[in-house]
Structures are given as C-alpha cells and as structure tokens.
Design a protein around this ligand. Sequence first.
Ligand SMILES: Cc1ncc(COP(=O)(O)O)c(C=O)c1O
Length: 387
Amino acid sequence: MQLAKNLSQLGTETAFEVLARAAKLAAAGKDVINLGIGQPDFKTPTHVVEAAIKAMRDGHHGYTPAKGIPALREAVANDVHIRRGVSVDPENIMIMPGGKPTMFFAIMMFGEPGAEIIYPNPGFPIYESAIRYVGAKPVPMRLLEEKGFAFSADEVLGQITDKTRLIIINTPANPTGGVTPKAELDKLAAGLERWPNVALMSDEIYDRMLYDGLQHASMLAYEGLRDRLIVLNGWSKTYAMTGWRLGYSIWPEKLISHVEKLAVNNHSCVNAPTQFAGIAALEGPQSAVDEMLVAFSERRRVIVDGLNAIPGIRCAEPGGAFYAFPNIEGTGMDSKTLQSRLLEEAGVAVVAGTSFGALGEGFVRFSYAASLAEIEDALARIKKVID
Ligand SMILES: Cc1ncc(COP(=O)(O)O)c(C=O)c1O
C-alpha cells in the first residue's frame, strides 16, 4: 500500500488517547479520576432527548438538506439575534456534525501549499493538525500566561503577510480558559480593514461559558468583517451534547455554497432526529445550562485554589470554558512527564500542554468537568505525587 504523503502530517487530539488509557486502567481495576476530556459531565436535558425520540417516532428517518432542516437554521438565527443582537440569514447557516467539521472545511477552503494560516497556540490541536494536513504553513498566535492567555491584536496583525489567507481565533479558549478582552477584538477588527483578503474564523463554541459576570463578545458584532467571517458554534458544550455530533456555523454569502458542497461530498447531512433535538435545546428552557454554569463556577474556584496551594504549580484564573491551565515548571517535570506520572501513579487523567501546541510546554490542562468530590480527591492525589 502507498499512503498519501499528507496523511503523515495529520495530528490528533491527545485527550482521546488519554481517555482510552484512563479507560484501560479503570478496566484493570485502577481508580481513575478523569480530568482529561473536554466534555461536560452532565446529561443532555431531558426535553432535548425527548425531542429526538419524538422525531424518530414521527418518521424523520431520511436525509435532510445538506445545510440542515430550515426550522433548525431559523432557530439558530433567532438565538443569535436574541443573544447577540445580530441578524443572520438562515440561508447562511450550516448545520454540521459537531464543531470540528467547520474548522476542517474552513481550513480546506483556504489552505494549500504556499498559504499561511494564523492559529492559537496553545490552542485546540485540530487547527494545527488540519493546517499541516492541507500543506499550508501554520503560523502560531502566541497565547501567554502573563496576558491571561488572551491574544494580542497588534501581534496578530504584525504576523499577517501577503500569504496569509485565514486567521483563527478562539475565545473563551481551549485549553487555557482564557478570554480575550473586547478591546483586543475591536483592535483586530479595525486592523483587518487593511487586509481585505484575509478571512477570519472565530471559534465561539464556549460562548455561553463565562464566569464572574464576563460577557461574550462575538465577532458577529463587526459589520465590516461579515463578508469574510466564519463563526463556529454548536451544542456540544452548552447543552452537554458532545456525543450527538451537532454544531453550526455562520458563513459569508460568498462561501456558503462552497461549504455546502464540502458537506455533500463528506457527510450529506446531520442525522435528522438530532436536528430536532437541536431545536428543542435552543427554544426550550435554559435552566440546565444555567445550573451547569453554577456548578462549573464553583468547581473552578476549588480547582484554581487547590492547584495554587500545591508547591511548584501556579494557576491563572480562567475566565471561561471549563479548563484550568496551570504552569507546572516549578515541579521540575515537563508537561508530558507530569501527565503520565499523574495518570500512572495517582490515577488522575490530565492532558499535557504540549498536546495543544509547542507553546503549551510547561503547562497541563485540567478539565473541571468532574464532581467537586472528584476534584478534591484528585488535588490530594496530585499533591502527593508532587511532594
Ligand atoms: C475550541 C473548540 N472548538 C471546537 C471543538 C469541537 O467541538 P465538537 O465536539 O462539537 O466537534 C472543541 C471541542 O473540544 C473545542 O474545544
């Protein structure tokens, strides 16, 4: 067999490997606390599950339009209008099997040898993986601890060259929990006026997960960017629906037919019952989302304080998402070593910062999508390993 060369460029999401190793240890009888995987430890709200069951019983078993059923696209447009005060044409909304396909399609659309794509580092690992896969040059947008892991618009604008095709931003961010202040977004939007050929993909999948009264600032607010802005969002995190595979993206008029074609070539459409569940999630009661956030907020306090109390660990306060990304340099271990020692010796699954890009060295990601009791137990175990 001769495999295509580009295949060797494809990276992965280490969290899935950690999950598999943790499951193997657990199956062998080890007591494992999983702070590795980025998914809420809550169940999808019951009314959402019921909507999918009803759709199945009502006979929604066939293909749907590749863009998604009109009622769901309208529900998304309404939700965006209510939450962001922005009007979006349902025709420019694409329903996707999760958040990931949007990033892959956007990168396929703009990336090729000779092109440059600026992406967050440390950041969601699939950005860099897909950029390398299509043969484009990945240009890391540095996210630094001392800046609360927010990006600097000046620095990003300074990285643009004639070869830059696409910039990817993500706030609130994975793996850092960092939230980039609106002032930086304003500056980026203003600066991009000088680069009308550069597209922007804003990954806003954690837009409902902010703490301490922080408000989400969507790139949709910048009217001048709308003709080259792709917004990625979805149900996975907000409604605890990671396994359903349901996401959406908003595309400029000029790009929507291209993404629709990519969808037809790739997956045809999202399964119909899940799309009905998506409507129920957006239009039904939001109390489950609120309750989940109250729980995350409390856990965030416990994990940040607990990590800061361990010698050698320093943890900045994350403003959003459900991750803590402490600096572990003081432990004398590199990220990968600490990841494997915590799993093998303490039974605590975490993900090394380097899994999110080279600039993640010296950090480890903790997902606090676990119960308070588990988090407290994990902190005690980690302290023992480090002591
Ligand atoms: C920043 C970011 N974008 C997108 C995704 C993908 O979400 P989905 O599971 O819906 O594909 C994730 C999932 O962890 C994420 O952290």
